[in-house]
Design a protein around this ligand. Structure first.
Ligand code: ZN
Length: 143
């Protein structure tokens, strides 16, 4: 047999109707939609919806991240991003906290895990492709 093997269930092309995907709760004031995950590369792409006053706790990027703000205002170490702004977060960067100053939405892709850390820098929670793949599978099963 000449069967090709793949380590990734994702098809080559994806056209995702994001408006048809329900939000999933993540933390107080923060929800997400899973647009794509890759077991092969560890990349995950989501939409985050973050209410005014919500925030992501301190974290390390164990993979570079990219975002496009589509609504609102986000304040973090690199500055204040507002709707229309793009940002790149390099591998290894540490963010003390990421706060949302208005009701916000952003498209976010991370090329690896994000680790939320305790004050002593031990890992509290790992956010990776598997976390989002499992959440999307649970959502699909419940629909
Ligand atoms: Zn960050």
């Amino acid at each position: 047999m000449n069967a090709a093997t793949t380590t990734d269930d994702n098809p080559a092309d994806i056209l995702c109707r994001a408006d048809d995907i329900a939000w999933i709760g993540f933390a107080p004031g923060i929800d997400y939609k899973v647009l794509r995950t890759s077991a092969e590369t560890g990349t995950w792409t989501v939409m985050f919806r973050c209410a005014k006053g919500s925030e992501f706790p301190p974290h390390y990027h164990h993979g570079a991240g990219e975002y496009l703000m589509t609504k609102g205002v986000m304040d973090y170490r690199a500055g204040t991003a507002k709707a229309g702004d793009y940002g790149y977060e390099p591998l290894g960067v540490y963010h003390e906290s990421t706060r949302f100053l208005e009701d916000s939405e952003l498209l976010f892709t991370n090329h690896g895990p994000v680790a939320f850390v305790n004050p002593d820098m031990s890992i509290q929670m790992l956010l990776d492709w598997k976390f989002f793949a499992d959440a999307a599978a649970q959502q699909k099963a419940a629909a």
